[in-house]
Design a protein around this ligand. Structure first.
Ligand SMILES: Cc1ncc(COP(=O)(O)O)c(C=O)c1O
Length: 368
Protein backbone atom coordinates (compact mmCIF):
# COMPACT_ATOMS: atom_id res chain seq x y z
CA UNK A 1 0.00 0.00 0.00
CA UNK A 2 1.23 3.52 -0.78
CA UNK A 3 1.49 6.23 1.89
CA UNK A 4 -1.51 7.89 0.32
CA UNK A 5 -4.05 5.10 -0.18
CA UNK A 6 -7.29 5.32 -2.10
CA UNK A 7 -10.47 3.71 -0.79
CA UNK A 8 -9.66 0.67 -2.91
CA UNK A 9 -6.65 0.08 -0.66
CA UNK A 10 -8.67 0.39 2.54
CA UNK A 11 -10.92 -2.15 4.29
CA UNK A 12 -13.86 0.24 4.01
CA UNK A 13 -17.41 -1.11 4.47
CA UNK A 14 -18.58 -2.00 0.93
CA UNK A 15 -21.76 0.07 1.19
CA UNK A 16 -19.63 3.19 1.81
CA UNK A 17 -17.30 2.58 -1.12
CA UNK A 18 -19.29 4.71 -3.58
CA UNK A 19 -20.82 7.11 -1.05
CA UNK A 20 -20.26 10.86 -0.98
CA UNK A 21 -20.16 12.95 2.20
CA UNK A 22 -23.62 14.44 2.74
CA UNK A 23 -24.09 18.12 2.08
CA UNK A 24 -25.43 20.76 -0.22
CA UNK A 25 -22.80 22.54 -2.32
CA UNK A 26 -21.53 25.59 -0.44
CA UNK A 27 -20.68 28.39 -2.83
CA UNK A 28 -19.55 31.89 -2.06
CA UNK A 29 -22.49 33.77 -3.58
CA UNK A 30 -24.46 36.74 -2.22
CA UNK A 31 -27.77 34.90 -1.68
CA UNK A 32 -27.69 31.45 -0.03
CA UNK A 33 -31.16 29.89 0.10
CA UNK A 34 -30.05 26.26 0.02
CA UNK A 35 -30.00 24.83 3.57
CA UNK A 36 -33.23 26.09 5.16
CA UNK A 37 -31.59 28.37 7.71
CA UNK A 38 -33.17 31.40 9.34
CA UNK A 39 -31.45 34.28 7.45
CA UNK A 40 -31.54 36.65 10.44
CA UNK A 41 -28.63 36.62 12.91
CA UNK A 42 -29.41 36.49 16.62
CA UNK A 43 -30.12 40.05 17.80
CA UNK A 44 -27.28 41.94 19.55
CA UNK A 45 -28.82 41.37 23.01
CA UNK A 46 -28.67 37.61 22.51
CA UNK A 47 -25.20 37.79 20.99
CA UNK A 48 -24.05 39.56 24.18
CA UNK A 49 -25.66 36.91 26.40
CA UNK A 50 -23.96 34.18 24.35
CA UNK A 51 -20.55 35.87 24.64
CA UNK A 52 -21.04 36.18 28.40
CA UNK A 53 -21.98 32.49 28.65
CA UNK A 54 -18.88 31.46 26.68
CA UNK A 55 -16.63 33.65 28.86
CA UNK A 56 -18.04 31.99 31.96
CA UNK A 57 -17.62 28.47 30.59
CA UNK A 58 -14.06 29.24 29.44
CA UNK A 59 -12.98 29.34 33.10
CA UNK A 60 -13.70 25.59 33.47
CA UNK A 61 -12.86 24.13 30.06
CA UNK A 62 -10.31 21.85 31.77
CA UNK A 63 -13.33 19.88 33.06
CA UNK A 64 -15.64 17.62 31.10
CA UNK A 65 -19.13 18.95 30.49
CA UNK A 66 -22.25 17.78 32.31
CA UNK A 67 -22.76 14.37 30.64
CA UNK A 68 -26.49 14.58 31.23
CA UNK A 69 -26.89 18.24 30.16
CA UNK A 70 -29.41 18.65 32.97
CA UNK A 71 -29.74 22.43 32.95
CA UNK A 72 -30.12 22.52 29.16
CA UNK A 73 -32.75 19.76 29.22
CA UNK A 74 -34.62 21.64 31.95
CA UNK A 75 -34.64 24.76 29.78
CA UNK A 76 -35.75 22.77 26.72
CA UNK A 77 -38.66 21.30 28.72
CA UNK A 78 -39.62 24.79 29.88
CA UNK A 79 -39.45 26.11 26.30
CA UNK A 80 -41.66 23.32 24.91
CA UNK A 81 -44.20 23.46 27.75
CA UNK A 82 -46.88 20.73 27.43
CA UNK A 83 -46.13 19.71 31.01
CA UNK A 84 -42.79 18.17 29.95
CA UNK A 85 -40.08 17.52 32.54
CA UNK A 86 -36.31 17.33 32.21
CA UNK A 87 -36.32 13.50 32.22
CA UNK A 88 -38.54 13.53 29.10
CA UNK A 89 -36.03 15.61 27.14
CA UNK A 90 -32.79 14.75 25.36
CA UNK A 91 -30.31 16.97 23.53
CA UNK A 92 -27.50 16.36 21.07
CA UNK A 93 -25.39 18.02 18.37
CA UNK A 94 -28.24 18.74 15.97
CA UNK A 95 -31.29 16.58 15.45
CA UNK A 96 -29.08 14.60 13.05
CA UNK A 97 -27.26 13.19 16.08
CA UNK A 98 -30.55 12.56 17.88
CA UNK A 99 -31.74 10.47 14.91
CA UNK A 100 -28.54 8.43 14.79
CA UNK A 101 -28.96 7.76 18.52
CA UNK A 102 -32.60 6.72 17.99
CA UNK A 103 -31.65 4.24 15.26
CA UNK A 104 -28.67 3.00 17.27
CA UNK A 105 -31.00 2.23 20.16
CA UNK A 106 -34.12 1.05 18.33
CA UNK A 107 -32.86 0.05 14.85
CA UNK A 108 -29.77 -1.97 13.96
CA UNK A 109 -29.04 -5.26 12.16
CA UNK A 110 -32.19 -7.25 11.36
CA UNK A 111 -34.40 -4.26 12.15
CA UNK A 112 -36.06 -1.71 9.87
CA UNK A 113 -37.03 1.93 9.64
CA UNK A 114 -39.93 3.08 7.46
CA UNK A 115 -40.21 6.58 5.99
CA UNK A 116 -42.46 8.35 3.48
CA UNK A 117 -40.67 9.50 0.34
CA UNK A 118 -39.70 11.96 -0.90
CA UNK A 119 -38.39 13.01 2.48
CA UNK A 120 -35.26 14.24 4.25
CA UNK A 121 -32.24 12.90 2.38
CA UNK A 122 -30.34 12.06 5.58
CA UNK A 123 -32.86 9.36 6.60
CA UNK A 124 -31.32 6.67 4.36
CA UNK A 125 -27.88 7.63 5.63
CA UNK A 126 -28.90 7.20 9.29
CA UNK A 127 -30.23 3.76 8.33
CA UNK A 128 -27.09 2.81 6.42
CA UNK A 129 -24.78 3.95 9.23
CA UNK A 130 -26.72 1.99 11.88
CA UNK A 131 -27.18 -1.13 9.65
CA UNK A 132 -30.95 -0.67 9.77
CA UNK A 133 -33.05 -1.80 6.76
CA UNK A 134 -34.55 1.21 5.02
CA UNK A 135 -38.14 1.03 3.74
CA UNK A 136 -39.70 3.86 1.74
CA UNK A 137 -43.42 4.30 1.20
CA UNK A 138 -44.27 6.73 -1.61
CA UNK A 139 -46.34 9.81 -0.77
CA UNK A 140 -49.23 10.54 -3.17
CA UNK A 141 -48.98 12.98 -6.09
CA UNK A 142 -49.52 15.92 -3.69
CA UNK A 143 -46.67 14.63 -1.52
CA UNK A 144 -49.14 13.65 1.20
CA UNK A 145 -49.01 10.55 3.38
CA UNK A 146 -52.27 8.67 2.97
CA UNK A 147 -53.61 6.62 5.87
CA UNK A 148 -54.35 3.68 3.57
CA UNK A 149 -50.82 3.32 2.20
CA UNK A 150 -49.17 4.07 5.56
CA UNK A 151 -51.21 1.49 7.44
CA UNK A 152 -50.81 -1.12 4.69
CA UNK A 153 -47.02 -0.65 4.72
CA UNK A 154 -46.89 -0.89 8.52
CA UNK A 155 -48.97 -4.08 8.38
CA UNK A 156 -46.70 -5.54 5.68
CA UNK A 157 -43.27 -4.60 7.05
CA UNK A 158 -43.85 -4.36 10.83
CA UNK A 159 -41.07 -1.72 11.03
CA UNK A 160 -39.15 -1.21 14.27
CA UNK A 161 -39.14 2.54 13.68
CA UNK A 162 -41.42 4.81 11.61
CA UNK A 163 -40.19 8.34 10.84
CA UNK A 164 -42.55 11.12 9.75
CA UNK A 165 -41.08 14.52 8.95
CA UNK A 166 -43.83 17.04 9.73
CA UNK A 167 -43.63 19.47 7.94
CA UNK A 168 -41.77 17.33 5.45
CA UNK A 169 -38.47 18.21 3.82
CA UNK A 170 -38.07 18.77 0.84
CA UNK A 171 -41.77 19.25 0.06
CA UNK A 172 -42.89 21.43 3.01
CA UNK A 173 -46.16 19.49 3.08
CA UNK A 174 -47.82 18.57 6.38
CA UNK A 175 -49.47 15.43 7.73
CA UNK A 176 -52.76 15.69 9.63
CA UNK A 177 -52.79 14.85 13.31
CA UNK A 178 -55.46 12.28 12.52
CA UNK A 179 -53.14 10.27 10.23
CA UNK A 180 -50.35 10.43 12.77
CA UNK A 181 -52.74 9.10 15.42
CA UNK A 182 -53.66 6.18 13.15
CA UNK A 183 -49.97 5.42 12.56
CA UNK A 184 -49.32 5.60 16.31
CA UNK A 185 -52.17 3.17 16.92
CA UNK A 186 -50.92 0.61 14.38
CA UNK A 187 -47.11 0.85 14.44
CA UNK A 188 -45.54 -2.01 16.38
CA UNK A 189 -42.35 -0.09 17.23
CA UNK A 190 -41.18 3.46 17.79
CA UNK A 191 -42.74 6.38 15.90
CA UNK A 192 -40.56 9.45 15.41
CA UNK A 193 -42.20 12.70 14.36
CA UNK A 194 -39.43 14.97 13.10
CA UNK A 195 -40.72 18.50 13.77
CA UNK A 196 -37.63 20.38 12.55
CA UNK A 197 -39.85 23.02 10.91
CA UNK A 198 -42.84 22.94 13.29
CA UNK A 199 -42.55 26.59 14.36
CA UNK A 200 -43.20 27.74 10.77
CA UNK A 201 -46.43 25.73 10.48
CA UNK A 202 -50.02 25.88 11.71
CA UNK A 203 -49.72 22.29 12.90
CA UNK A 204 -50.71 21.00 16.29
CA UNK A 205 -47.48 19.50 17.55
CA UNK A 206 -47.36 15.75 18.16
CA UNK A 207 -46.00 16.68 21.59
CA UNK A 208 -49.64 16.58 22.76
CA UNK A 209 -49.74 12.86 21.93
CA UNK A 210 -46.84 11.95 24.23
CA UNK A 211 -48.94 11.15 27.33
CA UNK A 212 -50.97 8.58 25.34
CA UNK A 213 -48.13 7.03 23.32
CA UNK A 214 -45.08 5.72 25.19
CA UNK A 215 -43.36 4.80 21.91
CA UNK A 216 -43.60 8.26 20.37
CA UNK A 217 -40.51 10.46 20.02
CA UNK A 218 -40.86 14.06 18.86
CA UNK A 219 -37.62 15.57 17.55
CA UNK A 220 -36.96 19.28 17.17
CA UNK A 221 -34.01 21.49 16.31
CA UNK A 222 -32.75 24.96 17.13
CA UNK A 223 -31.26 25.14 13.59
CA UNK A 224 -34.28 26.48 11.72
CA UNK A 225 -36.87 28.83 13.23
CA UNK A 226 -34.65 29.33 16.27
CA UNK A 227 -31.85 30.92 14.18
CA UNK A 228 -29.19 28.78 15.82
CA UNK A 229 -27.90 26.44 13.07
CA UNK A 230 -24.28 27.19 13.98
CA UNK A 231 -24.93 26.26 17.61
CA UNK A 232 -25.74 22.64 16.56
CA UNK A 233 -28.48 21.80 18.99
CA UNK A 234 -31.22 19.27 18.32
CA UNK A 235 -33.49 17.76 20.92
CA UNK A 236 -36.15 15.15 21.52
CA UNK A 237 -39.14 14.73 23.81
CA UNK A 238 -40.29 11.24 24.78
CA UNK A 239 -41.12 9.04 27.75
CA UNK A 240 -38.33 8.85 30.38
CA UNK A 241 -37.62 5.20 29.48
CA UNK A 242 -37.04 6.20 25.84
CA UNK A 243 -34.69 8.98 26.91
CA UNK A 244 -32.82 6.47 29.11
CA UNK A 245 -32.30 4.27 26.03
CA UNK A 246 -30.78 7.23 24.15
CA UNK A 247 -28.53 7.93 27.15
CA UNK A 248 -27.17 4.38 26.85
CA UNK A 249 -26.01 4.85 23.24
CA UNK A 250 -24.74 8.43 23.40
CA UNK A 251 -21.00 8.96 23.38
CA UNK A 252 -19.57 10.05 26.70
CA UNK A 253 -19.68 13.86 27.03
CA UNK A 254 -21.21 14.17 23.56
CA UNK A 255 -22.42 17.74 24.13
CA UNK A 256 -19.63 20.24 24.88
CA UNK A 257 -19.84 22.72 27.77
CA UNK A 258 -19.74 25.52 25.21
CA UNK A 259 -22.70 24.10 23.27
CA UNK A 260 -24.72 23.60 26.44
CA UNK A 261 -23.99 27.10 27.72
CA UNK A 262 -24.73 28.93 24.46
CA UNK A 263 -27.92 26.93 23.91
CA UNK A 264 -29.16 27.84 27.40
CA UNK A 265 -28.31 31.49 26.74
CA UNK A 266 -30.27 31.38 23.47
CA UNK A 267 -33.23 29.60 25.09
CA UNK A 268 -33.34 32.32 27.75
CA UNK A 269 -34.12 34.71 24.87
CA UNK A 270 -36.48 32.44 22.94
CA UNK A 271 -38.85 35.27 22.09
CA UNK A 272 -36.05 37.28 20.43
CA UNK A 273 -34.62 34.24 18.64
CA UNK A 274 -38.04 33.44 17.18
CA UNK A 275 -38.97 37.06 16.46
CA UNK A 276 -38.62 36.75 12.66
CA UNK A 277 -40.68 33.58 12.23
CA UNK A 278 -43.98 35.29 11.45
CA UNK A 279 -42.31 37.63 8.98
CA UNK A 280 -40.53 34.72 7.27
CA UNK A 281 -43.88 32.94 6.86
CA UNK A 282 -45.40 36.04 5.27
CA UNK A 283 -42.43 36.40 2.91
CA UNK A 284 -42.75 32.69 2.03
CA UNK A 285 -46.43 33.14 1.15
CA UNK A 286 -45.67 36.20 -1.01
CA UNK A 287 -42.88 34.25 -2.74
CA UNK A 288 -45.27 31.42 -3.55
CA UNK A 289 -47.73 33.85 -5.13
CA UNK A 290 -45.02 35.58 -7.15
CA UNK A 291 -43.63 32.30 -8.48
CA UNK A 292 -47.12 31.08 -9.36
CA UNK A 293 -47.64 34.42 -11.10
CA UNK A 294 -44.71 33.49 -13.37
CA UNK A 295 -46.55 30.31 -14.33
CA UNK A 296 -44.50 28.01 -12.09
CA UNK A 297 -45.88 25.30 -9.86
CA UNK A 298 -45.10 25.69 -6.16
CA UNK A 299 -45.89 22.91 -3.72
CA UNK A 300 -48.08 23.99 -0.77
CA UNK A 301 -45.68 24.36 2.13
CA UNK A 302 -45.78 25.13 5.85
CA UNK A 303 -42.01 25.21 6.30
CA UNK A 304 -39.51 28.02 5.65
CA UNK A 305 -38.81 26.68 2.15
CA UNK A 306 -40.70 25.82 -1.01
CA UNK A 307 -40.32 23.48 -3.98
CA UNK A 308 -40.80 25.19 -7.34
CA UNK A 309 -40.70 24.10 -10.97
CA UNK A 310 -41.06 22.11 -13.08
CA UNK A 311 -37.90 22.73 -15.07
CA UNK A 312 -37.01 20.48 -17.95
CA UNK A 313 -33.35 20.68 -16.89
CA UNK A 314 -33.29 21.74 -13.25
CA UNK A 315 -29.51 21.52 -13.01
CA UNK A 316 -29.18 24.05 -15.79
CA UNK A 317 -31.65 26.37 -14.07
CA UNK A 318 -29.78 25.89 -10.78
CA UNK A 319 -26.57 26.96 -12.56
CA UNK A 320 -28.30 29.98 -14.15
CA UNK A 321 -29.45 31.10 -10.70
CA UNK A 322 -25.92 30.65 -9.33
CA UNK A 323 -24.62 32.80 -12.19
CA UNK A 324 -26.93 35.52 -10.87
CA UNK A 325 -25.61 35.08 -7.32
CA UNK A 326 -28.46 32.96 -5.97
CA UNK A 327 -27.87 29.49 -4.51
CA UNK A 328 -30.84 27.13 -4.21
CA UNK A 329 -30.92 23.34 -3.88
CA UNK A 330 -31.47 20.76 -6.60
CA UNK A 331 -33.11 18.16 -4.42
CA UNK A 332 -36.35 16.23 -4.13
CA UNK A 333 -38.68 15.39 -7.01
CA UNK A 334 -37.18 15.50 -10.52
CA UNK A 335 -37.54 18.83 -12.30
CA UNK A 336 -38.02 20.83 -9.06
CA UNK A 337 -35.74 23.12 -7.10
CA UNK A 338 -35.99 23.99 -3.41
CA UNK A 339 -35.32 27.42 -1.95
CA UNK A 340 -35.68 28.67 1.60
CA UNK A 341 -36.89 32.10 2.65
CA UNK A 342 -34.17 34.73 2.90
CA UNK A 343 -34.18 38.34 4.03
CA UNK A 344 -36.37 40.78 2.10
CA UNK A 345 -33.39 41.96 0.04
CA UNK A 346 -32.27 38.41 -0.70
CA UNK A 347 -35.77 37.52 -1.83
CA UNK A 348 -35.84 40.44 -4.25
CA UNK A 349 -32.62 39.15 -5.84
CA UNK A 350 -34.07 35.63 -5.88
CA UNK A 351 -37.28 36.75 -7.62
CA UNK A 352 -35.35 38.81 -10.14
CA UNK A 353 -33.09 35.85 -10.95
CA UNK A 354 -36.00 33.42 -11.36
CA UNK A 355 -37.90 35.91 -13.53
CA UNK A 356 -34.84 36.23 -15.77
CA UNK A 357 -34.63 32.46 -16.18
CA UNK A 358 -38.33 32.17 -16.94
CA UNK A 359 -38.23 35.11 -19.40
CA UNK A 360 -35.25 33.67 -21.27
CA UNK A 361 -36.99 30.30 -21.52
CA UNK A 362 -40.14 31.81 -23.01
CA UNK A 363 -37.90 33.43 -25.61
CA UNK A 364 -36.70 29.93 -26.36
CA UNK A 365 -33.21 30.55 -25.02
CA UNK A 366 -33.09 28.54 -21.83
CA UNK A 367 -33.22 25.06 -20.46
CA UNK A 368 -36.44 25.61 -18.51
C1 LIG B 1 -36.53 17.28 8.31
C2 LIG B 1 -35.20 17.60 8.93
N1 LIG B 1 -34.86 16.98 10.07
C3 LIG B 1 -33.70 17.23 10.68
C4 LIG B 1 -32.79 18.12 10.15
C5 LIG B 1 -31.47 18.29 10.84
O1 LIG B 1 -31.30 19.47 11.48
P1 LIG B 1 -30.14 19.72 12.54
O2 LIG B 1 -29.23 18.52 12.54
O3 LIG B 1 -29.48 20.96 12.09
O4 LIG B 1 -30.83 19.85 13.86
C6 LIG B 1 -33.09 18.79 8.97
C7 LIG B 1 -32.12 19.73 8.38
O5 LIG B 1 -32.23 20.22 7.30
C8 LIG B 1 -34.33 18.52 8.34
O6 LIG B 1 -34.66 19.10 7.19
Amino acid sequence: MTASPTWDDLPLRPELRHAEPYGAPHLDVPVCLNVNENPYAPPPEVQAAIVEAVAEVATRLNRYPDREAVELRRQLARYLGCGLEMDQMWAANGSNEIMIQILTAFGGPGRSVLTFSPSYSMYPEYARDTHTDYIEVARNSDYQITAISALAAIEQHRPDVVVIANPNNPTGTVTDADIIKQILAEAPGMVVVDEAYQEFSCLDSSLTQLPRHPRLIVTRTMSKAFAFAGGRLGYAAAAPAVIDALRVVRLPYHLSSVTQAVAVAALNHADLMLAQVEHLCQVRDVAIERLRGLGLTVVDTQANFFLFGPFHDRDAVWAQLVDQGVLVRATGPDHYLRACVGTDDEMELFHRAVATVVASSTKGGSPQ
